[in-house]
Design a protein around this ligand. Structure first.
Ligand code: ZN
Length: 48
């Protein structure tokens, strides 16, 4: 999210991360669906 410093740590998978991020987006930003570009950033941020 632009201007958002929210970070998900300790997520073990993309699915888990998306769940956490989705809940945050909804509550903090009133966003029902996370934009695709943000999803891509999130996926790249995960290092196996
Ligand atoms: Zn946020």
């Amino acid at each position: 999210m632009p201007n958002c410093s929210f970070e998900v740590k300790n997520a073990s998978s993309v699915d888990e991360l998306m769940t956490i991020l989705g809940a945050h987006a909804k509550h903090a930003h009133n966003i029902e669906k996370i934009p695709p570009d943000v999803v891509e950033k999130v996926k790249k941020a995960i290092k196996p």
